[in-house]
Design a binder for this molecule. Structure first.
Ligand code: SAH
Ligand code: SF4
Ligand code: F3S
Length: 437
């Protein structure tokens, strides 16, 4: 029998990217072959994100394409996976009648059976969340490369009032330390040079008395020539031990993504973030003091319900005070069933947008200024591959997660190389080889 073909398309965060590799591994185990275009597939799986309304709108748009494709080829199976599948469940199958499968993030082991049913015309839905599923025993199907994502925990128990993740991903649970270390050993043996440990809140990682700092140290010890990164940290659980571990191990990158969301204590409380701006600033000082040269980034939400102009300015002030290297900024998007949903959506869209733009502008100026101070310095980069903008140049990143673009002369992806920074904008550093002038 000819091998059936599966196409997987992924939206959302890195955890979804990692989950899609788990899905591909499960499908591969059931005899499916991966294809790169939906038109070639017998089964199309879309791994979706529900974090903001526009994330869902994008997926709906894309589902329109698959509906069209299915008109021409009625035998093709279309499955919706991930956070939107979990959130919208039956609605999705009822309103989008061409969808054959709806499968939530903890039910991927059922995919081969569900797909088999769907291939004979039987629709399937599986959206139960689990307290234990962590796919610890499944080796994700990855293509060889320089960097790999490694999921170390699933779910989130923080219940920030704006956020769907605790509902779409369920309760926090960690993989075993030995399982993670074994996976990293395999990745190193296959030539990967960088691993990023993933979780919605990696700082809550626990395995039999071992915490995230222990896991990070164990992973870093696998091979000192391999860079170790991690994301995301919640300010509440960022321990002194973790900060000391990052500082003490050379191959743990000096980069911390630490979402703050707002600079106003009143808004932070409404968000259930469990820290104040002052607590956050003290934490940042400690991180900067303990890890010299550390690079920091954050997430900001503008226009949370009832946010005033003054509170917005507090966020801008906090950005100026911390001087992050980068920030991911979002307009507040109300999500049904979250606590903030019942607070209304009181900030008009144009005000949200204006505030968002002020935040973006402020951060751009800071990033630009910080990047200018890199000019003349020598940096070590891990070469990732061709630059997006020019085939004559390569790009890579510094330990501090800054993107560097440089000429192609002789280096290969996966190698470390040193460059002198000769110019910079807010997003990118441009380097030249040390040996030439
Ligand atoms: N677990 C991480 C990130 C979760 S989602 C953390 O705790 O920070 C990534 C970011 O999306 C969040 O940090 C937040 O800034 C943003 N976000 C989440 N829900 C949102 C919503 N309803 N509207 C706008 N932005 C949101
Ligand atoms: Fe969402 Fe908050 Fe959990 Fe992050 S910590 S995933 S923002 S609930
Ligand atoms: Fe989106 Fe789910 Fe990730 S909502 S951000 S894909 S955890």
């Amino acid at each position: 029998m000819e091998q059936k073909k599966v196409y997987v398309e992924t939206y959302g965060c890195q955890m979804n990217v990692a989950d899609s590799e788990v899905v591909q591994s499960i499908m591969h185990g059931a005899g499916f072959r991966n294809v790169a275009t939906p038109a070639d597939a017998d089964v199309i799986l879309v791994n979706t994100c529900a974090i903001r309304e526009n994330a869902e709108a994008r997926v709906y748009g894309r589902l329109g394409d698959f509906k069209h494709l299915k008109k021409g080829n009625p035998g093709v199976v279309v499955g919706v996976l991930g956070c939107m599948a979990e959130r919208l469940r039956k609605d999705l199958m009822e309103t989008e009648s061409f969808v054959d499968l709806v499968v939530g993030p903890d039910e991927y082991r059922k995919l081969p059976d569900l797909v088999e049913g769907a291939l004979t015309g039987e629709k399937g839905i599986a959206v139960r969340l689990s307290r234990v599923e962590n796919y610890d025993d499944i080796i994700p199907l990855r293509t060889d490369g320089v960097s790999a994502w490694v999921s170390v925990m699933r779910g989130c128990d923080k219940f920030c009032t704006f956020c769907v993740v605790p509902f779409t991903r369920g309760r926090e649970r960690s993989r075993s330390l030995t399982g993670v270390v074994r996976e990293v050993e395999d990745l190193v043996a296959r030539g990967f040079k960088e691993v990023t440990l993933l979780g919605q809140n990696v700082n809550s990682y626990r395995d039999d008395g071992k915490d995230f700092a222990d896991l990070l140290a164990a992973v870093a010890a696998v091979d000192r020539t391999v860079r170790v990164r991690f994301t995301t940290s919640h300010p509440q659980d960022m321990s002194d031990k973790l900060i000391a571990t990052i500082a003490g191990q050379p191959n743990i990158c000096n980069y911390v993504h630490l979402p703050v969301q707002s600079g106003s204590d009143r808004v932070l409380e409404l968000m259930n973030r469990t820290y104040t701006a002052d607590h956050y600033l003290r934490l940042v000082e400690k991180i900067k003091r303990t890890i010299p040269g550390v690079s920091l980034s954050t997430d900001i939400i503008s226009g949370f319900p009832t946010e005033t102009e003054e509170e917005h300015k507090m966020t801008v002030d906090l950005l100026r005070g911390v001087e992050f290297d980068g920030a991911f900024t979002f307009k507040y998007s109300p999500r049904e069933n979250t606590k903030a949903w019942s607070m209304g959506d009181s900030v008009p869209d144009e005000v949200k947008l204006r505030r968002l733009n002020e935040i973006i502008d402020t951060q751009r100026q800071i990033s630009f200024r910080k990047n200018q101070t890199e000019i003349g310095r020598t940096v070590e980069v891990l070469v990732e591959g061709e630059s997006k903008k020019s085939m004559h140049e390569f790009c890579g990143r510094t330990d501090t997660n800054k993107t560097v673009v440089f000429p192609k002369n002789g280096v290969r992806a996966g190698e470390y190389a040193r460059y002198i920074i000769e110019r910079a904008n807010a997003a990118t550093l441009f380097g030249r080889s040390i040996s030439t002038n």
